[in-house]
Design a binder for this molecule. Structure first.
Ligand code: ADP
Ligand code: MG
Length: 378
């Protein structure tokens, strides 16, 4: 029995009806393309949120998290609306609300949550919680709901209940992930294609470096980048930057807006090129230069990197990585580095040393292995 099922049983005196999980994710390439109707290429991590759940006996739902010590948070899943539940439980209550809004009946639930997805590191601990709750609610209700629809429900919880204006990549990756596969997502129509990414077969690892950099102004800067992209699309007369090509860029008069657009246009092209290479069976080392180019574009054109991520990327390359880039929304978070398995100690040592030299908090480095998407555990 998983630990969270035991916690549930000890608190309720009975076993949960079931245990469900949903993973965090890391994005291989395709940054800030999702709100431009573009392409992203994330994969599901082995780190996941796990939910033990059962129908509630009383008239209210009660939810707890192992990571949030304190009393259970109570609300009515059958009537809750945005604004009623603050804090961490908003991700849970919001998923209940969005589940109902999608037309599925919902009774009250007892829910125990546990997660090993690092919070606030850009690995989508929030989507993991929403998606784990979503699959649990569907399982309890006996509703057969496809992964894309559950991802939409989860995203709605984040956008409209929690109030975070994020794109749909995180929830789609958490729902659609597969072992040894990348989730190639066209955010215009939510079309998903699984792309092979069998790193062990090629003697490779994808290192994830959690820089633990302080997140400064990320929210405001995110909104500013979205506004710049909208301005660029308006200047070009296209519905979204997805519809623009490199030849269009010179028509944008404002220098900053042009650079923002250039990042999105070239990033979309890089995603498609990575997919073409990997789908065609190329050695994954071939994507290294595309990862590097993505980072340069985020640093110089989109201006969303900070010294902590730039230093980690450069150190990883100096240590022998085949390619490295920041992943996630920016202003901190994680860096990924593609490295030969026998180079992993050197890459890790180079990053750790670069941080130590500067007196920065030691980064956390782990292997990101493409893992299964959300489902039932027990
Ligand atoms: P991330 O990049 O990790 O998704 P967010 O700010 O989007 O960062 O989401 C983090 C928030 O999600 C936390 O502050 C908390 O409210 C909620 N959360 C994530 N994991 C848990 C958990 N295990 N238990 C309770 N709440 C969680
Ligand atoms: Mg999040």
């Amino acid at each position: 029995m998983s630990a969270v099922a035991e916690t549930f049983a000890s608190r309720h005196g009975s076993a949960p009806t079931g245990v469900w999980f949903a993973p965090g994710r890391v994005n291989l390439i395709g940054e800030h393309t999702d709100y431009n109707d573009g392409f992203v290429l994330p994969f599901a991590l082995p780190q996941r949120a796990v939910v033990a759940a059962a129908p509630a006996s009383g008239a209210r739902s009660r939810v707890r998290s192992v990571q949030e010590p304190g009393a259970a948070v109570e609300f009515s899943a059958a009537t809750v609306v945005p604004g009623e539940v603050p804090g961490w439980a908003a991700y849970v209550a919001g998923t209940c609300w969005a589940f109902r809004e999608a037309g599925y009946p919902l009774g009250e639930v007892e829910l125990e949550l546990d997660s090993d997805v690092p919070v606030g590191a850009g690995l989508s601990s929030s989507a993991a919680v929403e998606c784990a709750v979503g699959v649990a609610l569907a399982g309890l209700a006996g509703s057969r709901i496809g992964p894309t629809e559950l991802a939409r429900i989860a995203r709605r919880a984040e956008n409209e209940f929690v109030g975070a204006p994020t794109g749909g990549m995180d929830q789609m990756a958490s729902m659609h992930g597969r072992e040894g596969r990348l989730v190639f997502l066209d955010t215009r129509d939510d079309r998903v294609e699984l792309v092979p990414f069998d790193l062990p077969a090629h003697g490779l690892e994808l290192l994830v470096v959690d820089t633990r950099a302080p997140h400064a102004h990320a929210g405001g800067e995110y909104g500013a980048r979205r506004a710049d992209c909208e301005a660029a699309a308006a200047a070009l007369g296209v519905a979204a930057l997805r519809d623009a090509g490199p030849q269009d860029l010179e028509r944008i008069g404002d220098e900053r807006i042009r650079r923002r657009a250039r990042h999105v246009v070239t990033e979309n092209a890089r995603v498609l090129e990575v997919v073409r290479l990997l789908s065609g069976g190329a050695d994954p080392r071939a994507i290294g230069p595309l990862l590097d180019a993505s980072h340069t574009s985020m640093r110089d054109d989109f201006e969303i990197t900070v010294p902590h991520v730039d230093v980690a990327v450069e150190a990883a390359r100096d240590g022998g990585a085949a390619g490295a880039r920041m992943t996630g929304g920016g202003f901190g978070g994680c860096v990924i580095a593609l490295a030969d398995t026998d180079r992993v100690p050197a890459v890790t040592a180079a990053v750790t040393a670069a941080y130590a030299e500067r007196g920065w908090t030691e980064p956390v480095v782990f292997a990101g292995t493409p893992s299964p998407g959300a489902g039932r555990l027990l």
